[in-house]
Design a protein around this ligand. Sequence first.
Ligand code: PLP
Length: 400
Amino acid sequence: ASTWANVPQGPPDAILGITEAFKADTASHKINLGVGAYRDNEGKPFVLNTVREAEKRVVGKKLDKEYAPITGLANFYTAAAELAYGSNSAPIKENRLAVSQTISGTGALRVGAEFLAKFLPSKKILLPTPSWANHKAVFSAAGLEVGQYRYYDKSTISLDFDGLKADLEQAAPGTAVLLHACAHNPTGVDPTKEQWQAIFNVVKERQLFPLFDMAYQGFASGDCDRDAYAVRYFVDNGLPVALNQSFAKNMGLYGERIGAFSIVCESPEEKARVDSQLKIIVRPLYSNPPIHGARIAAEILNDAQLKQQWLGEVKSMADRMIEMRSLLREKLENLGSKKDWSHVTSQIGMFCYTGLSPEQVDRLASEFSVYGTRDGRISICGINASNVDHLAKAIFAVSG
Ligand code: PLP
């Protein structure tokens, strides 16, 4: 018998499964709202102009292809940290931020998870319900115990703030809490500034450890500073946090795998110890990260003019998503839908949690060739001026 005769068949990845079904559909009006990648108004993948320009400059420099250091390119991760924490951030100025380039946001989460599994005494993390599906897999794989806290209330299609607070108040001191910094995936529901302040108070009082995941900086409001509000509020008010960053969405560098993981430390001496452990974690995982995307991101972030232009491109992507939300809601209302669709425009970022049931999502696919995930999540990026009418009609038909 084969050595692998006993290898069981694993389940397919839910989102990739949708892409397969979409590809197999021959209808010309089919729409894929499953993927979490930005599309332009023609439904095409989009490469930012600033990325094209930065790439041209990088190639023009005829740099070598030597290995990066274990924690990546310093001119990339320093600029990435400044984008997140702000250039006046105390931990950066005081040289007490441990930071490493990572294999995009997922790699940041995994490096962070390995660090917590080694050094957080509780070895326990709480995730919001629901959360990005890969979170649980990443933290479990690193050996952490994964629990949940309430986040989303199905009945109101909004934040279950009381549930969230109550669950964090119950958490044992020393437990890590994963917080989506902005543009919560999959719900598109973010806490308000006041709610963030209240979350900060609970996290501080209960002595929980805040781990932020910021995969969408700039994609929520269109403004990278505004989207960093929660992270900066926690840090500026004295709570040491850890942070996962991704440049997949806001630079459209999906396949380049560019991200960063950072931990706010108490002193430069502590930072040095944490840095040394990040290296020990990364070395046997992948030795060192890829250089090309990091060079592109560094070129953009370190050139004042190019950075300004990039911030404008981020805003235009966010604005297009906000516009598509309004258009979808307007079309649903114009069709005569009696349902309240205000959540379509009040939610934020790349995703909309429609409130549709799994059965209604199945009907969207089988009757209208519209593909989303069975939790009712649709990717706003997949909507454009040419397909929004069909989408609204389809959602209206299945939701009654
Ligand atoms: N975190 C969240 C909440 C996400 O939605 C994603 C991607 O969809 C990621 C992290 C990681 O993405 P990547 O590894 O492509 O940067």
